[in-house]
Write a protein that binds this ligand. Structure first.
Ligand code: ATP
Ligand code: MG
Ligand code: MG
Length: 573
């Protein structure tokens, strides 16, 4: 319905709908761990999971849950929970019902653990973490069974309850699934499913002294929410046998009952277990997409915060001037494959450029002002010019006063121009955008020889028409001296200057940080119509690029603009 290319996940769902496997239901979930801000990689997963719910809504009972995967209280914070919700809403997606937390299911997860122990499918192990690592084996060598593996059911039950009661220290015991220490898949070598963690949890306080491991909690949470398609990134492919093992080894009626108790089994005719499908994670060149690494940049103050406009976080992109439309379009065009690849950041830039070209009002901003006095302009010629906000769309006009003194950009004047220079030079003409043709008659320099002012003559018969008998090729932007507003402009470049900062040959990824990723220009001048610009508003500064009002630091007295993206892709050229 939106022209997005189909993909293997949609084919799978189409098949499942056709075969009636899930009784006409499509239930997905987006399960972030609240240990950082979301990045553009998460946007791919959000667009996929929420996008499927939107897409199949017409033909199926389709919905997407938001579930905070909060099983590791050591790294999680409420700030992250709030920021993640804001980002998903900003992208324009809606989750089904209330927000869910894996911690909502801790009681069930604990009950199921007792059930696995009773059925001989799990045991309390008492190897030290170092011993356990040694016993696990390697890719080429099978693991070794723990001497505690054949503990009686009663002893394991007793120990597990006492682990939860707080009788033991972190690491003293763990609960492991009894699967196969000789499995070629290391994930199946009696994985730990519960560990002791004596920490206060942001949702459950000090109720728990044991916390479930991701692999154990994730599949059961999916099952409790009656998820049909559990979509995750490729690195979990090897975990799929464990996902299935855990669900297959629980008593299905107890899962079904818990799902019903939670109100997630109201409108389905049958209970059906979820299935996991993997897709390639998004990688983009010239950046890093890992919360751990992004957190490091924040903590070490290489950036101003998670929402620094150079960050590939959703909040950073938003502050940079990216729109939900551009991000969603980007997620559509990168496709949904099953092999890892690195997407060119140019594709992301292309998406926002295309969106802003169509939607952003035009405006003039002089980044490096050079004063120009128009010799033959006097009070009689002062007037209000009405320039279109957009060359193609009917967005109305903006008022730009024209008078005796204006500013142009220093780079639009050359005393000794290189060949092919089409802007202003001594004795030649150029058109002022939306205004008259001017000719440069005189150059004023300071004692160091710097050009500080130009004196020009206006051809007063050229407003909205070509001059008589000659062609004027160059058009430059300008602002009126008196009415212009002084602004700070932050010109952003790529955060890293190596295509793959993760490549170990560079050593630490931080060695690849681009020292010139932020250039702050002060004393810039913008046209007076921007006095009413609000935080987040986007503009095409004509001939310069796309800019937005910074949402944190900009004030009416001291406006700050962020460069979202250049007009054309000139990087590396
Ligand atoms: P990170 O490595 O950055 O910490 P994560 O996978 O640990 O990411 P989660 O909060 O667990 O972060 O991610 C929530 C969901 O987003 C998961 O389903 C995960 O697979 C998906 N996701 C995370 N990073 C990417 C990515 N780069 N591309 C696509 N999906 C991603
Ligand atoms: Mg994760
Ligand atoms: Mg992670």
């Amino acid at each position: 319905n939106d022209g997005a290319p189909s993909n293997f996940i949609r084919h799978l769902i189409d098949q499942d709908l056709a075969s009636g496997k899930h009784d006409g239901r499509v239930q997905t979930r987006f399960p972030p761990e609240p240990n950082g801000f979301l990045h553009i990689g998460h946007a791919k997963s959000i667009c996929l999971n929420f996008g499927l719910a939107e897409r199949y809504g017409a033909q199926a009972a389709a919905a997407c849950n938001l579930r905070f995967d909060d099983t590791n209280p050591a790294k999680e914070e409420q700030t992250f929970i709030d920021a993640i919700q804001a980002d998903i809403e900003w992208l324009g997606f809606e989750w089904a019902g209330d927000i869910r937390y894996t911690s909502d299911y801790f009681v069930y997860l604990y009950e199921f653990a007792l059930q696995l122990i009773k059925n001989g499918k799990a045991y309390v192990d008492s190897l030290t973490p170092e011993e356990a690592r040694e016993y696990r084996g390697t890719l080429t060598e099978p693991g070794k069974e723990s001497p505690y593996r054949n503990r009686s059911v009663e002893e394991s039950l007793d120990l597990f309850k006492r682990m939860q009661a707080g009788e033991f220290a972190d690491g003293e015991h763990s609960l492991r699934a009894r699967i196969d220490m000789a499995s070629p898949n290391i994930n199946m070598r009696d994985p730990v499913i519960y560990r002791i963690r004596k920490l206060v949890h942001h949702q459950t306080g000090d109720t728990w002294n044991v916390y479930p491991m991701y692999d154990y909690a994730h599949c059961i949470s999916d099952a409790l929410e009656h998820v049909t398609h559990s979509l995750c990134t490729l690195e979990f492919e090897d975990h799929r046998p464990l996902y299935n093992w855990i669900l297959d080894n629980l008593e299905i009626e107890s899962v079904e009952n818990a799902c019903r108790e939670l109100g997630n089994f109201d409108d389905a005719p049958r209970y059906v277990l979820p299935g996991q499908t993997e897709f390639a994670r998004l990688n983009i060149n010239y950046t890093v997409l890992s919360k751990r690494k992004l957190k490091e940049l924040v903590d070490l103050q290489h950036v101003s915060g998670w929402d620094d406009p150079r960050m590939p976080t959703i909040s950073g992109l938003r502050r940079r001037g990216y729109t939900p439309t551009a991000i969603r379009h980007f997620c559509d065009i990168i496709g949904m494959g099953r092999s890892d690849s690195i997407v060119d950041v140019g594709m992301l830039e292309h998406s926002i450029r295309e969106d802003l070209d169509a939607t952003a009002s035009r405006a003039m901003c002089v980044l490096r002002p050079l004063k120009v006095t128009l010799l033959n302009v006097d009070a009689d010629h002062e007037q209000m010019l009405h320039l279109p906000k957009h060359p193609k769309q009917d967005m109305g006009t903006r008022d730009v006063p024209f008078g005796k003194t204006i500013y142009i950009d220093q780079t639009d004047f050359e005393e000794e121009p290189p060949k092919g220079f089409k802007r202003l030079m001594p004795g030649t003409e150029v058109r002022l955008r939306g205004s008259y043709v001017i000719r440069c008659d005189e150059i004023i320099k300071d004692s160091d020889g710097n050009v500080v002012e130009l004196k020009c003559t206006v051809d007063l018969d050229t407003l909205g028409k070509n001059p008589e008998g000659r062609k004027v090729k160059g058009v430059i932007h300008w602002v009126p001296a008196e009415a212009a507003i002084e602004a700070e402009v932050r010109v952003y470049d790529r955060l890293f200057n190596e295509a793959n900062p993760n490549d170990k040959t560079h050593g630490d990824f931080k060695n690849c940080l681009n020292p010139d990723s932020l250039q702050v220009l002060t004393g810039c001048l913008v046209e007076p119509s921007l006095a009413s610009a609000k935080a987040g508003d986007s503009f095409q500064f004509e001939r310069e690029g796309y800019y937005c009002v910074d949402s944190k630091d900009s004030t009416p007295e001291k406006p700050v603009f962020n460069r979202t993206v250049s007009l054309r892709d000139s990087w590396g050229k």
